[in-house]
Design a binder for this molecule. Sequence first.
Ligand code: SAM
Ligand code: SF4
Length: 334
Amino acid sequence: MTVKTLDAFGRHIHYLRISLTDKCNLRCVYCMPEQMIFRPSDELLSTDEFIRVLQVADSLGFNKYRLTGGEPTVHPGLVDITRAIKALPNTQAIAMTTNGLKLGKLAQPLKAAGMDRVNISIDSLDPVKFKRITRWGNVNDVLDGIAAAEHAGLLPIKLNAVVIRNFNEDDVVDLARLTLDKPWQFRFIEVMPFADVAEFQQASIVTSKEMMQRIEAELGPLREANGGVLDGEARMFQLQRADGSPALGQVGFISPVSAPFCASCNRVRLTADGTLRLCLLKDGEIDLKTPLRRGASNDDLAGMIRAAIWRKPWGHDLADGVIPMNRIMSEIGG
Ligand code: SAM
Ligand code: SF4
């Protein structure tokens, strides 16, 4: 019999996003300060501890996983953790969100270990703007990473851009144009406010509505796809000029600020330091690392997770000005 874990609102929670590490090889302006101080390694779950928690999640009916961070490709256990998830009885899908820099070496081993596909972040095609946003990055390395992912069969390729005022709001057109030549989906994300970076983020927001207007002004009409049903968090559209080629022109918008999607939420998050976070944009968490290190059994951990999920909040309160304060995005796993 398949186990189902529900929250108090009847939502079926079966999707776990795992921040493998808070560390990163970039310093995107909307994500973390340049002088970011990371947690000491002994505060982070080891590869074996991650695998224990994942086995418990499987026993609760979790079947969909996303590895993220920080930058998941800087974690030495990434391939082993992917293989371990693939071996769990209930697993149906494993994906990863990455900045793509290390995919040249990792795409093939990840595919062989059971990774299904990747979302790759690319906020601009312009090398100068890309560097300004990421502080340290070279956009050509990301393009090489996309090519490696495609070659390895991590399909369909999904690309993400966070759009921020005075950095890349006019790049949405060139980024969306990529989907007319390649079967790559593009998702544009509204910037969300977190803790120390909240002031910058709130001053920088560009709404999905504005992004769509900019794209339509240059590339023509966007037609709603999927009958308006969200694909993950994204509302999907197709550029009308790609008509006749269903794989082309696919553009999505993730609008946590202007159009929250809490009603369809099916996920919780595991942070690199071993807490289960119930909502991306709310501070409520439970500590799994301490009981794990004190010898809790898998049944004990399953009970804690089930009870916490029952208390998962309905949604976030960004509209009322309540901002998550205890962690930034890279520490939670976007
Ligand atoms: N390092 C990987 C990457 O950049 O793709 C994975 C981790 S990153 C935290 C996951 C996603 O969150 C990326 O698409 C990133 O652009 C996005 N992100 C980071 N900070 C954000 C913020 N303040 N608001 C919205 N999205 C954000
Ligand atoms: Fe690193 Fe991703 Fe955050 Fe950029 S968005 S600093 S790549 S974790």
